[in-house]
Design a protein around this ligand. Structure first.
Ligand SMILES: Nc1ncnc2c1ncn2[C@@H]1O[C@H](COP(=O)(O)OP(=O)(O)OP(=O)(O)O)[C@@H](O)[C@H]1O
Ligand SMILES: [Mg+2]
Length: 309
């Protein structure tokens, strides 16, 4: 049983505000408060902790408002209406972060799903958060990535006979330090994950047909002026269903962080930015490697299966 004194302490708004203020000032996200004397003075000169906390929160809110960006690509069922303001996105991000489970990571970003019972977070949505760029490669801002992903997505829908999809992007947003894209979570694993034993190659999966189709897919997209420019085994995903999927998607091309539009008389694998020039691998270079690696994988898998019998 708590004593009366303990209860009073818990309920005392001054003590509660002091605790929250301390937490807030220690948060690396609020470092800018310390960098500007004017902010710290305003907080310190407040008469009560409750008032100081309110001042700190309002300064943080103003800064978030200044950095807030939201770009809706396609509505997400049950989510879109209360998302388009800062408070909505902030709540979404808080919930995602509190319940996140990482499902993938690359050099530029990590991808999470929100493990929550709340209905408004459909399980088929995942969130790609940008990391600080370790090696400058001229990566696209998230809003640009989401837009070009949307163009790839639309083309993939038109080319559905090739059975290669692209995750549907829903929106991009920037809020404080968070830069993200919300998109369809794929029921798939990257070729890289599969080769490293963190996924499988289903029985129905035809390696050669898939690779031939991937070649056609990339070629047709080039004709439409769309260049991926970061094709590697981490950016090709393979469906993980035991039976051949009825919706027809055998695999997917993901990650449009370096993608660009072809411009006449310009090398599509070269990007000039300010005083930097970036060059990228040709998209088709990946196909031979994927084909060989998957055949090798399958051979070893079959060999091991025979040994077990
Ligand atoms: N829509 C998705 N559904 C399921 N898993 C995904 C999805 N998007 C990405 N992933 C997983 O997350 C990993 C990292 O995502 P992504 O490739 O977009 O990040 P990146 O940091 O830009 O990668 P890179 O190092 O290639 O630049 C992928 O390799 C894949 O395993
Ligand atoms: Mg990647």
């Amino acid at each position: 049983m708590e004593s009366i004194e303990q209860k009073e302490q818990i309920l005392d708004p001054e003590i509660e505000a002091e605790r929250k203020l301390e937490e807030l000032l220690e948060d690396p996200g609020s470092a800018f408060l310390h960098e500007h004397k004017i902010h710290i003075n305003r907080i310190e000169n407040a008469e009560t902790a409750v008032e100081a906390l309110a001042i700190a929160e309002s300064i943080i809110m103003k800064r978030l408002e200044a950095t807030f960006k939201f770009n809706l690509i396609r509505p997400v069922e049950g989510v879109e209406t209360d998302l388009v303001n800062l408070e909505g996105i902030r709540k979404t991000l808080d919930t995602v972060k509190a319940n996140q489970e990482k499902i993938g990571e690359g050099g530029d970003a990590y991808v999470v799903i929100a493990k929550t019972e709340i209905k408004k977070f459909p399980p088929e949505v995942c969130y790609k958060f940008a990391k600080a760029e370790a090696t400058p490669r001229g990566r696209n801002p998230m809003a640009y990535e989401a837009e070009i992903q949307s163009d790839f997505y639309e083309q993939a829908q038109k080319l559905s006979d090739l059975h290669i999809g692209v995750p549907e992007p829903y929106y991009s947003s920037e809020l404080g330090h968070d830069k993200l894209i919300a998109m369809e979570k794929l029921p798939a694993k990257s070729v890289d994950d599969i080769l490293r034993g963190m996924g499988s190659l289903p029985e129905w999966f035809d390696i050669d047909r898939f690779c031939d189709n991937l070649e056609k897919f990339l070629k047709t997209l080039h004709e439409q002026g769309l260049y991926h420019r970061d094709m590697h085994v981490g950016n090709v995903m393979i469906r993980q269903s035991i039976e051949e999927p009825v919706d027809g998607w055998w695999g997917y091309v993901i990650d449009f962080g370096l993608s660009g539009y072809g411009i006449e008389n310009m090398d599509p694998y070269r990007k000039e930015m300010a005083d930097m020039v970036f060059t990228y691998h040709k998209d088709d270079d990946i196909i031979k490697e994927v084909r060989q690696a998957l055949h090798r994988y399958k051979y070893i898998q079959n060999h091991n299966a025979r040994k077990e019998v």
